[in-house]
Write a protein that binds this ligand. Structure first.
Ligand code: PHB
Length: 385
Protein backbone atom coordinates (compact mmCIF):
# COMPACT_ATOMS: atom_id res chain seq x y z
CA UNK A 1 0.00 0.00 0.00
CA UNK A 2 1.25 3.47 -0.83
CA UNK A 3 2.31 5.71 2.05
CA UNK A 4 -0.33 8.33 1.17
CA UNK A 5 -3.07 5.69 1.43
CA UNK A 6 -1.86 4.66 4.86
CA UNK A 7 -1.84 8.28 5.96
CA UNK A 8 -5.37 8.79 4.61
CA UNK A 9 -6.66 5.71 6.45
CA UNK A 10 -4.95 6.80 9.65
CA UNK A 11 -6.44 10.28 9.35
CA UNK A 12 -9.92 8.83 8.78
CA UNK A 13 -9.53 6.62 11.85
CA UNK A 14 -8.48 9.52 14.02
CA UNK A 15 -11.39 11.60 12.77
CA UNK A 16 -13.92 8.84 13.50
CA UNK A 17 -12.74 8.07 17.05
CA UNK A 18 -14.03 10.45 19.71
CA UNK A 19 -11.03 12.51 20.69
CA UNK A 20 -9.52 11.22 23.90
CA UNK A 21 -10.09 13.82 26.61
CA UNK A 22 -6.45 14.14 27.46
CA UNK A 23 -5.70 15.19 23.88
CA UNK A 24 -8.20 18.04 23.58
CA UNK A 25 -6.72 21.47 24.01
CA UNK A 26 -7.46 23.38 27.18
CA UNK A 27 -8.71 26.85 26.36
CA UNK A 28 -7.41 29.53 28.72
CA UNK A 29 -9.10 32.94 28.57
CA UNK A 30 -6.94 35.87 29.63
CA UNK A 31 -8.93 38.88 30.69
CA UNK A 32 -6.30 41.51 31.43
CA UNK A 33 -5.65 45.19 30.76
CA UNK A 34 -3.69 45.78 27.55
CA UNK A 35 -4.30 49.54 27.63
CA UNK A 36 -4.48 52.23 30.32
CA UNK A 37 -2.63 52.78 33.58
CA UNK A 38 -2.36 49.01 34.29
CA UNK A 39 -1.30 47.88 30.78
CA UNK A 40 2.24 46.88 31.79
CA UNK A 41 0.84 44.85 34.69
CA UNK A 42 -1.32 42.81 32.32
CA UNK A 43 1.66 42.09 30.10
CA UNK A 44 3.78 40.89 33.02
CA UNK A 45 1.00 38.57 34.21
CA UNK A 46 0.57 37.05 30.75
CA UNK A 47 4.35 36.70 30.35
CA UNK A 48 4.65 34.90 33.68
CA UNK A 49 1.77 32.56 32.89
CA UNK A 50 3.13 31.68 29.47
CA UNK A 51 6.61 31.10 30.88
CA UNK A 52 5.33 28.38 33.20
CA UNK A 53 3.34 26.71 30.41
CA UNK A 54 6.40 26.80 28.13
CA UNK A 55 8.47 25.21 30.87
CA UNK A 56 5.95 22.33 30.86
CA UNK A 57 6.44 21.85 27.11
CA UNK A 58 3.29 23.81 26.25
CA UNK A 59 0.98 21.30 27.97
CA UNK A 60 -0.86 21.07 31.29
CA UNK A 61 -1.97 17.61 32.44
CA UNK A 62 -1.24 16.32 28.96
CA UNK A 63 -3.47 18.87 27.25
CA UNK A 64 -2.06 21.48 24.91
CA UNK A 65 -2.87 25.01 25.96
CA UNK A 66 -4.66 27.47 23.70
CA UNK A 67 -4.97 31.11 24.69
CA UNK A 68 -7.67 33.65 23.93
CA UNK A 69 -7.59 37.17 25.28
CA UNK A 70 -9.69 40.23 25.92
CA UNK A 71 -8.40 43.70 26.83
CA UNK A 72 -10.56 44.65 29.82
CA UNK A 73 -9.20 48.25 29.86
CA UNK A 74 -9.52 48.15 33.69
CA UNK A 75 -13.08 49.34 33.06
CA UNK A 76 -15.69 47.88 35.43
CA UNK A 77 -18.50 49.19 33.19
CA UNK A 78 -17.39 46.87 30.38
CA UNK A 79 -16.41 43.95 32.61
CA UNK A 80 -19.52 41.78 32.44
CA UNK A 81 -19.68 42.00 28.63
CA UNK A 82 -15.98 41.24 28.38
CA UNK A 83 -16.04 38.19 30.61
CA UNK A 84 -19.14 36.90 28.81
CA UNK A 85 -17.23 37.10 25.52
CA UNK A 86 -14.76 34.61 26.94
CA UNK A 87 -17.29 32.35 28.64
CA UNK A 88 -20.15 32.34 26.12
CA UNK A 89 -18.54 33.21 22.77
CA UNK A 90 -15.13 31.58 23.15
CA UNK A 91 -16.21 28.81 25.50
CA UNK A 92 -13.04 28.96 27.57
CA UNK A 93 -12.31 26.20 30.09
CA UNK A 94 -10.56 28.55 32.51
CA UNK A 95 -10.60 32.30 33.19
CA UNK A 96 -7.41 34.11 34.17
CA UNK A 97 -7.92 37.70 35.28
CA UNK A 98 -7.59 40.42 36.19
CA UNK A 99 -5.65 43.40 37.60
CA UNK A 100 -8.45 45.81 38.64
CA UNK A 101 -10.56 44.91 41.68
CA UNK A 102 -13.81 46.28 40.26
CA UNK A 103 -13.40 44.28 37.05
CA UNK A 104 -12.43 41.17 39.02
CA UNK A 105 -15.66 41.32 41.01
CA UNK A 106 -17.65 41.17 37.77
CA UNK A 107 -15.51 38.21 36.67
CA UNK A 108 -16.15 36.44 39.96
CA UNK A 109 -19.90 36.94 39.57
CA UNK A 110 -19.88 35.38 36.09
CA UNK A 111 -17.54 32.58 37.20
CA UNK A 112 -19.82 31.74 40.08
CA UNK A 113 -22.91 31.64 37.83
CA UNK A 114 -21.30 29.70 34.99
CA UNK A 115 -19.13 27.42 37.15
CA UNK A 116 -16.04 28.29 35.07
CA UNK A 117 -12.79 28.00 36.98
CA UNK A 118 -11.34 31.46 37.71
CA UNK A 119 -7.83 32.18 38.92
CA UNK A 120 -7.25 35.83 39.83
CA UNK A 121 -3.59 36.73 39.15
CA UNK A 122 -3.65 40.18 40.76
CA UNK A 123 -6.83 42.03 41.78
CA UNK A 124 -7.00 42.09 45.56
CA UNK A 125 -10.76 42.74 45.97
CA UNK A 126 -11.48 41.42 49.45
CA UNK A 127 -14.93 40.29 48.33
CA UNK A 128 -13.53 37.76 45.82
CA UNK A 129 -12.19 35.65 48.68
CA UNK A 130 -14.83 37.00 51.06
CA UNK A 131 -18.59 37.04 50.45
CA UNK A 132 -18.14 36.07 46.76
CA UNK A 133 -15.84 33.12 47.42
CA UNK A 134 -16.70 29.88 45.62
CA UNK A 135 -15.39 26.39 45.05
CA UNK A 136 -14.20 27.36 41.53
CA UNK A 137 -12.60 30.75 42.38
CA UNK A 138 -8.92 31.07 43.40
CA UNK A 139 -6.32 33.78 43.80
CA UNK A 140 -2.56 33.53 43.11
CA UNK A 141 -1.89 37.06 44.35
CA UNK A 142 -3.07 38.70 47.60
CA UNK A 143 -6.10 40.34 49.18
CA UNK A 144 -6.03 44.14 49.39
CA UNK A 145 -6.16 43.75 53.17
CA UNK A 146 -2.83 41.85 53.30
CA UNK A 147 -0.09 44.38 52.32
CA UNK A 148 -2.10 47.19 53.98
CA UNK A 149 -2.38 45.33 57.28
CA UNK A 150 1.32 44.45 57.28
CA UNK A 151 2.27 48.09 56.67
CA UNK A 152 -0.04 49.27 59.46
CA UNK A 153 2.00 47.20 61.90
CA UNK A 154 5.31 48.47 60.51
CA UNK A 155 4.32 52.16 60.68
CA UNK A 156 2.91 51.79 64.21
CA UNK A 157 6.13 50.09 65.36
CA UNK A 158 8.15 52.97 63.94
CA UNK A 159 6.34 55.18 66.42
CA UNK A 160 4.40 57.32 63.94
CA UNK A 161 1.18 58.54 65.53
CA UNK A 162 -0.72 60.55 62.92
CA UNK A 163 -1.04 59.37 59.34
CA UNK A 164 -2.81 60.68 56.25
CA UNK A 165 -3.80 58.12 53.61
CA UNK A 166 -4.13 58.84 49.91
CA UNK A 167 -5.40 56.52 47.18
CA UNK A 168 -7.78 55.97 44.28
CA UNK A 169 -11.43 55.82 45.31
CA UNK A 170 -12.33 52.24 44.43
CA UNK A 171 -12.25 48.83 46.08
CA UNK A 172 -8.48 48.33 45.97
CA UNK A 173 -7.64 51.74 47.42
CA UNK A 174 -10.40 51.66 50.03
CA UNK A 175 -9.54 48.14 51.20
CA UNK A 176 -5.80 48.72 51.25
CA UNK A 177 -6.35 51.77 53.48
CA UNK A 178 -8.80 49.80 55.63
CA UNK A 179 -6.26 47.02 56.20
CA UNK A 180 -3.60 49.60 57.04
CA UNK A 181 -5.89 51.44 59.43
CA UNK A 182 -6.95 48.25 61.22
CA UNK A 183 -3.36 47.36 62.17
CA UNK A 184 -2.11 50.94 62.61
CA UNK A 185 -4.88 51.90 65.03
CA UNK A 186 -4.50 48.59 66.90
CA UNK A 187 -0.83 49.60 67.27
CA UNK A 188 -1.75 52.95 68.81
CA UNK A 189 -1.73 55.22 65.74
CA UNK A 190 -4.47 57.32 64.22
CA UNK A 191 -5.46 57.90 60.62
CA UNK A 192 -6.30 61.61 60.71
CA UNK A 193 -7.39 62.09 57.09
CA UNK A 194 -8.32 59.78 54.23
CA UNK A 195 -7.72 61.48 50.88
CA UNK A 196 -8.72 60.04 47.52
CA UNK A 197 -9.34 60.78 43.87
CA UNK A 198 -11.27 58.85 41.23
CA UNK A 199 -9.50 55.98 39.40
CA UNK A 200 -7.37 56.34 37.27
CA UNK A 201 -6.89 60.09 37.88
CA UNK A 202 -3.44 61.59 38.44
CA UNK A 203 -4.31 65.18 39.40
CA UNK A 204 -2.53 64.97 42.74
CA UNK A 205 -1.61 68.65 43.28
CA UNK A 206 -4.49 69.79 45.49
CA UNK A 207 -4.22 66.65 47.61
CA UNK A 208 -0.47 67.09 48.06
CA UNK A 209 -1.08 70.67 49.19
CA UNK A 210 -3.57 69.34 51.73
CA UNK A 211 -1.00 66.83 53.03
CA UNK A 212 1.57 69.60 53.42
CA UNK A 213 -0.95 71.68 55.38
CA UNK A 214 -1.99 68.76 57.61
CA UNK A 215 1.62 67.89 58.52
CA UNK A 216 1.09 64.26 59.50
CA UNK A 217 3.95 62.08 60.83
CA UNK A 218 3.70 59.90 57.72
CA UNK A 219 1.61 59.10 54.64
CA UNK A 220 0.27 55.68 53.58
CA UNK A 221 -0.71 55.13 49.99
CA UNK A 222 -2.01 52.64 47.45
CA UNK A 223 -1.26 53.44 43.82
CA UNK A 224 -0.05 51.13 41.06
CA UNK A 225 1.17 51.12 37.46
CA UNK A 226 1.30 54.43 35.58
CA UNK A 227 -0.49 56.25 38.42
CA UNK A 228 2.16 55.10 40.94
CA UNK A 229 4.93 56.45 38.72
CA UNK A 230 3.32 59.87 38.62
CA UNK A 231 2.44 59.94 42.32
CA UNK A 232 5.98 59.15 43.48
CA UNK A 233 7.39 61.80 41.15
CA UNK A 234 4.83 64.41 42.22
CA UNK A 235 5.35 63.65 45.93
CA UNK A 236 9.08 64.32 45.53
CA UNK A 237 8.56 67.39 43.33
CA UNK A 238 6.24 68.89 45.95
CA UNK A 239 9.12 68.70 48.43
CA UNK A 240 7.22 66.24 50.65
CA UNK A 241 9.65 63.35 50.36
CA UNK A 242 12.16 65.18 52.52
CA UNK A 243 9.71 66.12 55.26
CA UNK A 244 6.96 63.46 55.51
CA UNK A 245 7.90 59.79 55.11
CA UNK A 246 5.85 57.97 52.46
CA UNK A 247 4.87 54.32 52.94
CA UNK A 248 2.87 52.17 50.59
CA UNK A 249 1.54 48.82 49.56
CA UNK A 250 4.42 47.53 47.41
CA UNK A 251 2.63 48.16 44.11
CA UNK A 252 3.79 51.76 44.54
CA UNK A 253 7.31 50.75 43.48
CA UNK A 254 6.89 47.41 41.67
CA UNK A 255 7.47 47.37 37.93
CA UNK A 256 7.80 51.16 38.12
CA UNK A 257 11.38 51.89 39.21
CA UNK A 258 12.83 52.55 35.76
CA UNK A 259 10.30 55.36 35.30
CA UNK A 260 10.44 56.70 38.87
CA UNK A 261 14.23 56.98 39.00
CA UNK A 262 15.76 58.66 42.05
CA UNK A 263 12.36 59.92 43.26
CA UNK A 264 11.62 56.38 44.52
CA UNK A 265 14.96 55.91 46.24
CA UNK A 266 14.65 54.80 49.86
CA UNK A 267 10.87 54.24 49.86
CA UNK A 268 9.62 51.50 52.20
CA UNK A 269 6.76 49.28 51.05
CA UNK A 270 5.17 45.95 51.99
CA UNK A 271 4.43 43.17 49.53
CA UNK A 272 4.54 39.38 49.03
CA UNK A 273 7.58 39.67 46.74
CA UNK A 274 10.94 41.47 46.65
CA UNK A 275 13.73 41.69 44.08
CA UNK A 276 16.46 40.16 46.19
CA UNK A 277 15.04 37.07 47.84
CA UNK A 278 18.06 35.06 46.73
CA UNK A 279 16.41 31.61 46.87
CA UNK A 280 17.35 29.05 44.20
CA UNK A 281 13.70 28.99 43.10
CA UNK A 282 13.52 32.74 42.65
CA UNK A 283 16.91 32.99 40.97
CA UNK A 284 15.93 30.34 38.40
CA UNK A 285 12.62 32.08 37.74
CA UNK A 286 14.25 35.50 37.33
CA UNK A 287 16.84 34.16 34.95
CA UNK A 288 14.27 32.31 32.81
CA UNK A 289 11.99 35.35 32.71
CA UNK A 290 14.79 37.73 31.78
CA UNK A 291 15.95 35.37 29.02
CA UNK A 292 12.48 34.97 27.56
CA UNK A 293 11.31 38.56 27.68
CA UNK A 294 14.46 40.71 27.98
CA UNK A 295 12.82 42.28 31.02
CA UNK A 296 13.20 41.95 34.77
CA UNK A 297 10.24 40.22 36.42
CA UNK A 298 8.08 41.94 39.03
CA UNK A 299 5.33 40.87 41.41
CA UNK A 300 2.83 40.71 38.52
CA UNK A 301 5.02 38.28 36.58
CA UNK A 302 5.25 36.08 39.68
CA UNK A 303 1.49 36.10 40.16
CA UNK A 304 0.94 35.10 36.51
CA UNK A 305 3.52 32.33 36.80
CA UNK A 306 1.86 31.04 39.96
CA UNK A 307 -1.62 31.17 38.43
CA UNK A 308 -0.31 28.74 35.80
CA UNK A 309 1.26 26.57 38.51
CA UNK A 310 -2.05 26.46 40.37
CA UNK A 311 -3.92 25.52 37.21
CA UNK A 312 -1.38 22.79 36.58
CA UNK A 313 -1.72 21.34 40.10
CA UNK A 314 -5.51 21.30 39.85
CA UNK A 315 -5.53 19.83 36.34
CA UNK A 316 -3.11 17.07 37.24
CA UNK A 317 -5.34 16.07 40.14
CA UNK A 318 -8.40 15.72 37.86
CA UNK A 319 -6.39 14.34 34.92
CA UNK A 320 -7.31 17.33 32.82
CA UNK A 321 -11.06 17.14 33.47
CA UNK A 322 -11.95 20.67 34.55
CA UNK A 323 -15.57 19.71 35.26
CA UNK A 324 -14.40 18.01 38.45
CA UNK A 325 -14.37 21.23 40.41
CA UNK A 326 -14.54 19.79 43.92
CA UNK A 327 -11.52 17.54 43.27
CA UNK A 328 -9.68 20.42 41.57
CA UNK A 329 -10.30 22.60 44.64
CA UNK A 330 -9.35 19.84 47.08
CA UNK A 331 -5.99 19.38 45.35
CA UNK A 332 -5.23 23.09 45.54
CA UNK A 333 -6.36 23.26 49.12
CA UNK A 334 -3.70 20.82 50.20
CA UNK A 335 -0.98 22.01 47.81
CA UNK A 336 2.18 23.90 48.68
CA UNK A 337 2.72 26.18 45.71
CA UNK A 338 6.39 26.43 44.86
CA UNK A 339 6.38 30.15 44.11
CA UNK A 340 9.40 32.37 43.39
CA UNK A 341 8.08 34.50 46.32
CA UNK A 342 8.54 31.50 48.65
CA UNK A 343 6.24 28.48 48.96
CA UNK A 344 2.67 29.31 49.93
CA UNK A 345 -0.57 27.50 50.58
CA UNK A 346 -4.16 28.60 50.11
CA UNK A 347 -6.47 29.49 52.98
CA UNK A 348 -9.99 28.04 53.20
CA UNK A 349 -11.15 31.04 51.16
CA UNK A 350 -8.64 30.18 48.34
CA UNK A 351 -6.41 33.22 49.02
CA UNK A 352 -2.64 32.80 49.50
CA UNK A 353 -1.37 32.44 53.05
CA UNK A 354 1.99 34.11 52.62
CA UNK A 355 4.83 36.10 54.09
CA UNK A 356 4.59 39.84 53.52
CA UNK A 357 8.00 41.42 53.10
CA UNK A 358 9.17 44.88 54.05
CA UNK A 359 11.22 46.19 51.12
CA UNK A 360 13.23 49.32 50.46
CA UNK A 361 13.99 50.88 47.09
CA UNK A 362 17.72 50.86 46.39
CA UNK A 363 18.50 51.96 42.84
CA UNK A 364 16.36 49.85 40.50
CA UNK A 365 15.43 47.22 43.09
CA UNK A 366 12.95 46.61 45.87
CA UNK A 367 15.45 45.14 48.31
CA UNK A 368 14.33 42.80 51.04
CA UNK A 369 14.57 44.43 54.48
CA UNK A 370 12.74 41.86 56.64
CA UNK A 371 9.63 39.71 56.86
CA UNK A 372 7.02 42.19 58.05
CA UNK A 373 4.34 39.57 58.61
CA UNK A 374 4.93 35.81 58.60
CA UNK A 375 2.29 33.58 56.93
CA UNK A 376 -0.29 36.36 56.89
CA UNK A 377 -3.76 34.86 56.42
CA UNK A 378 -6.54 36.95 54.95
CA UNK A 379 -9.48 36.84 57.40
CA UNK A 380 -11.84 35.88 54.56
CA UNK A 381 -14.66 37.79 56.20
CA UNK A 382 -18.01 36.65 54.82
CA UNK A 383 -16.67 33.61 52.96
CA UNK A 384 -18.63 30.43 53.50
CA UNK A 385 -16.72 27.51 52.01
C1 PHB B 1 -6.57 46.14 42.28
O1 PHB B 1 -7.38 46.85 41.66
O2 PHB B 1 -6.94 45.24 43.05
C2 PHB B 1 -5.11 46.35 42.10
C3 PHB B 1 -4.63 46.98 40.97
C4 PHB B 1 -3.26 47.12 40.80
C5 PHB B 1 -2.39 46.63 41.73
C6 PHB B 1 -2.86 46.00 42.87
C7 PHB B 1 -4.23 45.85 43.06
O3 PHB B 1 -1.08 46.74 41.55
Amino acid sequence: MKKTHIAAIAAALVASTPMAFAQAKVKVGFMLPATGTFAALGTAIENGFRLYVTEQGGKLAGREVEFVRVDDESDPAKATDNVNKLVKRDNVDVLIGTVHSGVAMAMARVAKESGTILIVPNAGADAVTGPMCAVNIFRSSFSNWQPGYAMGEVVAKKGHKKVVTITWKYAAGDESVKGFKEAFEKGGGQVVKELSLPFPGVEFQALLTEIAATKPDAVYTFFAGGGAVKFVKDYAAAGLKKTIPLYGAGFLTDGTLEAQGADADGLLTTLHYADSLGSARDNAFRLAYAKSYKLQPDVYAVQGYDAAQMLSIGMNAVKGDLKKKAEFAAALQKAKIDSPRGAFSLGKNHNPVQDIYLRQVVGKENKLVSVASKSLTDPGRGCKL
